[in-house]
Design a protein around this ligand. Structure first.
Ligand SMILES: *Cc1c(COP(=O)(O)O)cnc(C)c1O
Length: 355
């Protein structure tokens, strides 16, 4: 039976990415060696790193004055790296979920943190809108897609200070106005590659303005100056990332991907809204195109376990909701084909008919 991979992360990767990565594990770039056993300083691997960085810049239209780096430590490491490098006195944060609040916790170790708004009291079902960002903030941190709660900022906010964004779960899903940002970071394992690498897009003149000393490995400058080769980079995730980026380019770039994402998410939200058994948990205007969260309506609550096993019997994988929301979550990352979304919709319809 065909499996439909709705995992939230690590998550679906394109067939192109998996096939090419598997081939390189056997024989990398015609070297006769495995990708797993070559020096990261070999000319073949340096070319991979260079091309991956160049493709990130090309796809996201990164302007001059920014550098792209690949580092370890996950997006969670960026929660501390960002304030370490940028927070001199005060930073502002928008609290839109679990990941945002983890970023806030780390920032507090480095200075004053102004949480300008939070939707915690409503279990993060919406993105706060009417807030003011103090103009003396070193930056304003946002989480563009809230993977756990299924909400998303669909535009780059207009504020008077530079933005910093955790785009772990929606990078490459929509065009972004990079000029508004000092740093964008994203763990690879949602829209790019296997876990183990994180990309950061860094405005270079935003660095060097804090008074503290920064440990070498946590300093963005180190990784920029050494072309992400200060220490041994995770070669396999970087190679996979390059395959995904090539695949994105082949698809027609970010605008084409965005169009497909809108189509996929609309199909599924329309079914959730129509189907008598389910309702969505996020307010409609803030619904995520990447992570679709839905629960059973009150009068059908006792059918939840039954739907879970029915869906599993139809090949639906990874649709169990996060424990802080419950119900179901279908993640529709870039690599997810529309056919899988349609298969899930058919499953929901069929289950509705039986009840
Ligand atoms: C998954 C995720 C993280 C955590 O990423 P790690 O690489 O596991 O540290 C952080 N932020 C968001 C928005 C995520 O989706």
């Amino acid at each position: 039976m065909k499996k439909h991979n709705f995992y939230a992360g690590p998550s679906i990767l394109s067939e192109y990415t998996i096939k090419n990565t598997a081939a390189a594990v056997e024989n990398f770039a015609g070297t006769g060696l495995s990708l797993l056993e070559v020096s990261h300083r070999s000319k073949e691997f340096v070319a991979v790193m260079d091309e991956a960085q160049a493709l990130v810049k090309e796809l996201l239209e990164v302007p001059a004055g920014y550098e792209v780096i690949f580092v370890g430590g996950g997006a969670s490491m960026q929660f501390c790296m960002v304030p370490f490098n940028l927070l001199n006195k005060k930073a502002s944060y928008l609290d839109t979920g679990t990941w945002a609040s983890k970023a806030i916790k780390e920032a507090k170790l480095f200075g004053e943190v102004d949480v300008v708004a939070s939707s915690k009291e409503a279990n993060y079902t919406y993105i706060p809108k009417n807030y003011t960002v103090p103009e003396d903030s070193d930056y304003f941190h946002i989480t563009t897609n809230n993977t756990i709660y299924g909400t998303e900022l669909h535009n780059d906010p207009d504020v008077k200070v530079p933005l910093v964004a955790d785009m772990s779960s929606d990078i490459f899903s929509r065009p972004v106005d990079i000029t508004k940002y000092n740093i964008i970071y994203a763990g690879a394992q949602k829209n790019l590659a296997p876990a183990g690498v994180t990309i950061a897009i860094v405005r270079t003149d935003a660095l060097g303005h804090v008074d503290r000393s920064i440990p070498t490995m946590l300093n963005y400058k180190t990784h920029i100056e050494k072309g992400s080769m200060f220490n041994t980079p995770p070669v396999l995730p970087v190679y996979s990332a390059l395959q995904t980026l090539k695949y994105y380019k082949e698809l027609g770039g970010i605008p084409a991907i965005q169009k497909k994402n809108i189509e996929k998410a609309s199909l599924l939200y329309d079914e959730i809204d129509r189907n008598k058994l389910f309702h969505g948990t996020a307010v409609p205007e803030d619904r995520s195109l990447m992570n679709v969260c839905f629960v059973m309506n009150e009068e059908y609550k006792d059918l939840e376990a039954e739907f879970a096993s029915f869906a599993a019997s139809k090949g639906m994988i990874g649709i169990k909701g996060h424990r802080s929301v419950g119900g179901f979550r279908a993640s529709l990352y870039n690599a997810m084909p529309v056919e899988s979304v349609k298969a899930l919709i058919d499953t929901m319809k069929e289950f509705e008919k039986e009840h």
